[in-house]
Design a binder for this molecule. Structure first.
Ligand code: 13P
Length: 251
């Protein structure tokens, strides 16, 4: 059985106090839920306090980004060990905003994924095409390059731990959600790509999340699809009632 996950990516939102208040509300509703895994990814500044606030719950915490080196002269960066010791179990890597705004390449995402796995963090590796790529018929090629580049040389056991998030860039923060059929089609395609390298058994164990304008009102349709194992949620994860309703849609 594949692990189901509902993850909130807070992006650059919520101060420490706001983050504590938000998880306080979330905990009241779904604090004891462990299937699906409920995950929140606050900004670095709020990790420790949010972790404390969630101590007596099943809710997990993740980073939104990390550096691939162990330590050193990398002003402004955060290491895998820093995330782990702040209470994180997961880390989002290669989000399209990091790829587009901070020039992250597949090669770099791969180095980060290897480091995260070696340190004991579960990477959530994001892939997804732009509208232009989809409309020009390049979607499959783009996804294939991102998958093979970002996950290059992962062992079979590391691949089974790794989570993939399919986030079409045109659906992020736009209110334009992919239809359940559009999302399922790409999830099936990603699973086929994984099967080519790792075989069916491993490919079937990999959790593939959908991300891009997921809300309580569209979650049910997405979660009915066999290959959609949960969601990576931006805007709607900042509101306790929306986020917990999405968790409940997966239960
Ligand atoms: P929205 O849910 O705001 O579209 O963001 C999706 C996303 O980028 C999650 O990582």
């Amino acid at each position: 059985m594949r692990r189901k996950i509902i993850a909130g990516n807070w992006k650059m939102n919520k101060t420490v106090v706001d983050g504590q208040a938000l998880v306080g509300e979330i905990k009241k509703e779904v604090g004891k839920v462990n299937d699906p895994v409920v995950l929140v990814c606050p900004p670095f500044t709020a990790l420790t306090e949010v972790a404390m606030a969630l101590k007596d719950s099943e809710i997990q915490i993740g980073g939104q980004h990390m550096h691939e080196a162990d330590s050193g002269a990398y002003t402004g960066e955060i290491s895998a060990e820093m995330l782990l010791t702040s209470g994180c179990t997961y880390v989002i890597l290669g989000h399209s905003e990091r790829r587009a705004l901070f020039s992250e390449t597949d090669k770099l995402v791969n180095a980060k994924a290897q480091k995260a796995l070696a340190a004991g963090l579960i990477p959530i590796v994001c892939v997804g095409e732009t509208l232009e790529q989809r409309e020009s018929g390049a979607m499959e090629k783009v996804i294939e390059e991102q998958i093979s580049g970002s996950l290059d040389s992962l062992s079979e056991s590391d691949m089974k731990k790794t989570v993939i998030a399919y986030e079409p860039v045109w659906a992020i923060g736009t209110g334009k959600v992919a239809t359940p059929e559009q999302a399922e089609e790409v999830h099936v395609y990603i699973r086929r790509l994984l099967a080519k390298t790792y075989g069916d058994e491993t490919a079937n164990e990999v959790t593939i999340l959908y991300g891009g304008s997921v809300k309580a009102s569209n979650a049910d349709g997405l979660f009915e699809k066999e290959n959609i194992d949960g969601a990576l949620i931006g805007g709607a994860s900042l509101k306790a009632d929306e986020f917990t309703a999405i968790v409940k849609a997966m239960m």
